[in-house]
Ligand binder design. Sequence first.
Ligand code: GDP
Length: 299
Amino acid sequence: FSKLQQGLSKTRDSIAKGIDNVFSGYSNIDDDFYEELEETLIMGDIGINATSKIMDELRSQVKDRHIKDPQECKQLLIEDIRNQMHTDENAYDFEDKKTVIFVIGVNGVGKTTSVGKLASIYKKKGKKVLIAAADTYRAAATEQLQSWADRAGTPIVSGREGADPASVIYDAVGAFKARDIDILIVDTAGRLHNKKNLMEELAKMNRIIDKELGNVCRENFIVLDGTTGQNALNQAREFGEAAQLTGIVLTKLDGTAKGGIAVAIVSELNIPVKYIGVGEGLDDLERFNSDEFVDALFE
Ligand code: GDP
């Protein structure tokens, strides 16, 4: 079993087994069969929209090809799920450029953990990485980030509790230049209740970067907790109003049977899922590849 398969084992047990049960439970393709299949996909958090697209496609293929045996359309279903997802070939180009990555998301989704894991991924690629602890509202957040930076073996710039996040960025940008850093990862405060605030904060930090680093590459990652199902979709939509999101980090897929949320996210939001979290360890963050994801679920 690959690490990805292991990480997705709960989802595999629910969706893949659930689908298998439907396919083996019917000898004819009828309305009940379709209905049960649809329910299974929705239960796996693939989402209503993606599910209805998948089901429409399956129905028309079954009709066009005059398929009578449910077993025969299983592979079609898997391909229809695959077609709801796509991988953007250029999604990781930033890794080889001078880049500032803002990591945003509500508290508890795995933001701090993901910052540490990302730092480790880039460091292992031979990049010079710096972390900025711009969540100055919680002293505990900075401490936690410090321990992740230690584990990843990367330097970190932080400010006092309550300090202006922009001042942390100012220091980070200075270190970026002085140490010839390649990738700066900025952990931001997880507050959504005031979108305007977040927008202004990001704008202020970006102005400092514009001024000091010129047009260095920018990424805005939103971290979403895979166990929160459709809530994750809503968070992405809300944060999307405050920042131009360039990627999703989908965490805790190992902790849920509803990993189908990845399908819903890719299908419904026009933002690439770039990394998925499949555990609590430093190395438990993987690049997302839709084909590998579907294979890990169904093969
Ligand atoms: P933050 O408040 O968003 O910064 O969240 P944290 O990074 O502190 O993470 C909250 C909890 O989620 C911690 O207990 C992490 O160990 C856990 N966590 C984060 N990512 C993953 C993941 O991919 N899998 C699992 N199982 N737990 C995770």
